[in-house]
Design a protein around this ligand. Structure first.
Ligand code: ADP
Ligand code: MG
Ligand code: MG
Length: 253
């Protein structure tokens, strides 16, 4: 589904942040990306989603066989790429339901599908609220306006549920969450796992991965994937930190 080959990228014009990154995701898989602060994790997510400010200087990103980097951010979203932000934006005064319906309809339109009227959209919303065990309180407020940290994250998961992406990227969706909110976010992700959807879960901590059990864990350090493994790799990182990877020496168990 997603194939990243030898990706080099700079930020703000000259600084190279990604330095030859390779990564491949198949449908249905959940991959976790861990790594020290400043390693380039958010840069990777932002480049896949097509956010401004980054220049790819070498390498390629293919999504379902097509050149993802050639697409505008909106086209990527319509193709099924979703990025949940580390710090969700507030859009005061814009009703959450209205915002989501616009986003969904923009994507449907770009795919040549019929737009949903409010009744049809309400049906989708009810179904997703049910799947995620959320109540409809979030719907009637402004986008993230006055939301607590936990509510913002839940809202992101809800947005993801409504937009039904093929590739969902979560960038530190766990940062700043208490254990209940964390569990709820993880349960939401787990409810949305499906054979035709892949997840890229970027996280600084192992804790989230106790609830979202990834198929693969990768360590991104200094702009490259320096280690890949199963969920046990996350535990090793929790215990030993990232320094040992720099030395390329695996600590004894
Ligand atoms: P991570 O998410 O792994 O903590 P980031 O991808 O956010 O790392 O950042 C990687 C490096 O790129 C950091 O040194 C950061 O300061 C720098 N960086 C990221 N975005 C920008 C930007 N828009 N302008 C300048 N520097 C940036
Ligand atoms: Mg960071
Ligand atoms: Mg980051």
């Amino acid at each position: 589904m997603l194939k990243i080959t030898n990706l080099h990228a700079t930020v703000g014009g000259d600084r190279e942040i990604l330095k030859g990154l390779d990564l491949a995701l198949k449908p249905g898989e959940v991959h976790a990306i861990m790594g020290p602060n400043g390693a380039g994790k958010s840069t990777l997510g932002n480049i896949i989603a097509g956010r401004d400010g980054y220049d790819v200087t070498e390498g390629s990103v293919e999504f379902e066989g097509a050149d993802l980097l050639a697409l505008e951010p909106e086209e990527r979203a319509a193709a099924g790429v979703f990025l949940a932000f580390q710090y969700p934006v507030e859009i005061p005064g814009v009703n959450n339901t209205y915002f989501l319906r616009s986003a969904l309809n923009a994507q449907r339109k770009a795919r040549g599908e019929e737009e949903l009227d409010s009744m049809q959209f309400l049906k989708v919303v009810r179904e997703k609220l049910g799947v995620l065990h959320l109540d409809d309180k979030l719907l009637h407020r402004g986008v993230n306006e006055g939301f607590s940290g936990g509510e913002k994250k839940r809202n992101e998961i809800f947005q993801m549920a409504v937009l039904e992406p093929k590739l969902a990227i979560l960038d530190e969706t766990d940062s700043g969450l208490d254990i209940d909110a964390l569990r709820q976010v993880a349960e939401g992700v787990n409810a949305l796992r499906s054979p035709d959807r892949a997840f890229l879960v970027i996280t600084h901590y192992q804790r989230l991965l106790e609830y979202i059990r990834p198929d693969y864990v990768h360590v991104l350090a200094d702009g490259r994937i320096v280690e890949s493994g199963g969920p046990e790799l996350a535990l090793r990182l929790e215990e030993h930190g990232y320094e040992w990877l720099r030395e390329r020496k695996v600590p004894e168990a």
